[in-house]
Every structure is written in structure tokens, then in C-alpha cells.
Design a protein around this ligand. Structure first.
Ligand code: AHG
Ligand code: MN
Ligand code: MN
Length: 332
């Protein structure tokens, strides 16, 4: 074997290996991740062509959060739905772009799994060619009817079977966990395969002292949040990085360590990010990589959802930094 060659392991090969290693794993699970990876390749192609095919610009419609929907959002949402709706593994779907849970059409078989997703994360960055992403969260159905319901979607993050994201950046990466570590795959577009590039991703220790937050909202924050950021940038000696795409900011935090924050404030007490398809999946990934995820008071994975699009303050990253944030926020 020539020096410093690494084995070429495709996502498919890796998933099969994982399935064999975990007796509880069923082929259904492997197939769902396959289907999401297929959608990711199709979205990656469109993202990389976006500037050329006039796919940019506002689609004109507004989503449930009152935000202008960009055409790529619509495309990504459609692709994910069409990759999952007919497979027979899904009981119900939920998307950031749909107000209610998305039922599986009667003409298709249903299964035991629930997939919640943010089809295009960081949409404000689409037309300035900054990294964007897709986020997904997988649960098992808990109701007893044949088809899934809203109740199957409203499960705490601690019950996720899997979580992952796709980062459409300088390269396209798929990062996921099924609860036994975090693994990263990089798309080789010349062969259309996700290849294992970051096995067993763990947040670095000692962590890099970087905090990540949108400081434009400083004046809306609580005094405790203001004191925390003043400390970080003062005697704490932290640097600052903020991309404005959750997937990109979390990916950097995973690789370098640091503290990502999207706090609540005077105008939005629960912040902007949604629990079910942004907070919970990212929390599972960060904790599986050895980090910590909090809503500022308690573990983010323990939050019991009460509505599909509910928001949640997020403090994710290196455990010592998340604990530091919680200590500051505990002081009124
Ligand atoms: P989405 O495009 O799915 O609505 O997500 C955008 C989110 C998230 O990607 C990012 O962390 C956050 O918006 C940035 O918000 P601000 O522009 O308020 O900083
Ligand atoms: Mn998002
Ligand atoms: Mn989105």
C-alpha cells in the first residue's frame, strides 16, 4: 500500500458497517440517510449553479415565519419531500417551510420514522454566495395509528434517533450522528459520492476561544447576556466569528471549539432559532462530539416541544464555555 493513502469509504459502505455493528439498526434507517444524501446531492448541484440559472432572488411568497422565501428554499424543500415521501419508511414529515406536519400521501406506504428538516438554512446568505445548509432530525413514531401525527413530531431532542446537517460550502459535507459519535463525509462531485473525510468528529480540547453571536442585537439583550459578551471580548480574551448560517457557525465550532450563541432578547424572548429542526439536531451533534448544548438554563435536548415551530435560545459548543455562559446568565 503506497504511503499516506487513506481508505476510500463511501457513505453507503459506512452506513452498512454501522448497521452491522448495531443490532437494533434496521435497513430502514440506512435507507432514510441514503435518501437524505441523495436530496443533498441535488440541492448541492443547484446551490453551486445558483448564480447561473437565475434561481436567486425572492420567490415572492412568505413562509410561516413571515420571512420572504428564496427560490432555493422552495427547491430544497421540494427535493427533500420527494426523496422521502414514497419510501415506505416515514410516518410523517415536518419542514420549516410547512406550517403543519406533512402527511405521507395515501398512495404511498408508511413506516415508523419521523423526519423533521430545515431544507435550506442560512437563506439570507444564498444570494451572496456564503455557505448555507440543510438540517435534519429523525425520531421514531410514538403514536399507535398507522400514520404519524403532530404528537410524533413533538418529541424532546433526547429521543432523536439521528441528527445531521449538510453544509454547502467550499465543499459539500454531510455530518451526522446516530448516537455513537459524529461522522463527516465530503462530496466528490466528480463521482457523486459522499466519502468519509472526518470519522469520529470530536470538539477540540483545549478549545479555541471564539464566541459567535450577532452583536447587532446587543441593546436588546438582558444585562446578564451583555455582561457575558463584555467578559468574552474583554478579560476572557476571546476572538469572534459569526457567519449567520447556523450550519456554518456550528460546523466551525465543532472543528475548532468555541461558543455559539443565539439568545432570546427583549423583542424575541425565545430568540430566532427553531427547536425541532435547528436546536435539537445541532444539540445532539454537538453533544455527541463531546460538547454541550443549552438553552441558557438547562440541556437543550431535555426541552419538551409544545409546537412545531417553537423557538429556543441556543448556547452550543465547548462544554467549559457553555457552562461559563450558564453561570453568567444565572446572575440576574
Ligand atoms: P433559515 O435560513 O433556515 O431561516 O435560518 C437562518 C438562521 C440561521 O441559519 C442563523 O443562525 C440565523 O438565522 C442568523 O440570524 P440573524 O441574521 O438574526 O443573525
Ligand atoms: Mn435555519
Ligand atoms: Mn431554512
Amino acid at each position: 500500500m503506497p504511503e499516506n493513502t487513506t481508505s476510500v469509504i463511501t457513505l453507503a459502505r459506512f452506513l452498512l458497517g454501522e448497521e452491522r455493528r448495531h443490532s437494533h439498526a434496521t435497513g430502514a434507517f440506512t435507507n432514510i440517510l441514503h435518501d437524505i444524501a441523495l436530496a443533498a446531492k441535488m440541492i448541492s448541484r443547484e446551490v453551486n449553479m445558483a448564480g447561473l440559472v437565475d434561481i436567486l432572488g425572492q420567490a415572492g411568497s412568505h413562509n410561516v415565519h413571515g420571512e420572504l422565501v428564496q427560490k432555493l428554499d422552495v427547491f430544497a424543500n421540494d427535493v427533500l419531500y420527494r426523496a422521502l415521501d414514497h419510501t415506505g419508511h416515514i410516518a410523517v414529515l415536518a419542514s420549516e417551510e410547512s406550517e403543519d406536519p406533512i402527511p405521507i400521501p395515501d398512495k404511498f406506504p408508511v413506516g415508523d420514522y419521523v423526519v423533521l428538516y430545515d431544507p435550506l438554512d442560512g437563506s439570507s446568505n444564498i444570494d451572496v454566495n456564503v455557505s448555507i445548509g440543510t438540517i435534519f432530525s429523525i425520531h421514531r413514531k410514538i403514536t399507535h395509528g398507522e400514520r404519524g401525527t403532530l404528537e410524533d413530531c413533538l418529541q424532546p431532542g433526547s429521543r432523536q434517533l439521528a441528527a445531521g446537517y449538510v453544509l454547502y460550502g467550499s465543499s459539500t459535507m454531510l455530518v451526522y450522528t446516530t448516537g455513537t459519535g459524529v461522522h463527516g463525509f465530503t462530496l466528490d462531485p466528480s463521482i457523486g459520492e459522499f466519502l468519509l473525510s472526518h470519522p469520529h468528529m470530536t470538539i477540540p480540547d483545549p478549545p479555541t476561544k471564539v464566541y459567535s453571536i450577532n452583536e447587532a442585537y446587543y441593546n436588546r439583550w438582558s444585562p446578564a447576556q451583555q455582561r457575558l459578551v463584555q467578559y468574552l471580548k474583554g478579560e476572557g480574551g476571546f476572538g469572534s466569528r459569526y457567519i449567520g448560517s447556523l450550519v456554518a457557525d456550528i460546523h466551525r465550532t465543532l472543528l475548532r471549539g468555541g461558543l455559539f450563541m443565539y439568545p432570546g432578547d427583549r423583542l424575541n424572548p425565545l430568540g430566532k432559532l427553531r427547536l425541532l429542526y435547528e436546536g435539537a439536531p445541532m444539540a445532539m451533534i454537538v453533544e455527541q462530539a463531546g460538547g454541550k448544548a443549552s438553552d441558557g438554563v438547562r440541556p437543550l435536548l431535555e426541552v419538551q416541544p409544545t409546537s412545531l415551530h417553537q423557538r429556543i435560545p441556543m448556547f452550543l459548543g465547548s462544554a467549559p464555555f457553555v457552562e461559563l455562559a450558564e453561570r453568567f446568565l444565572a446572575e440576574s
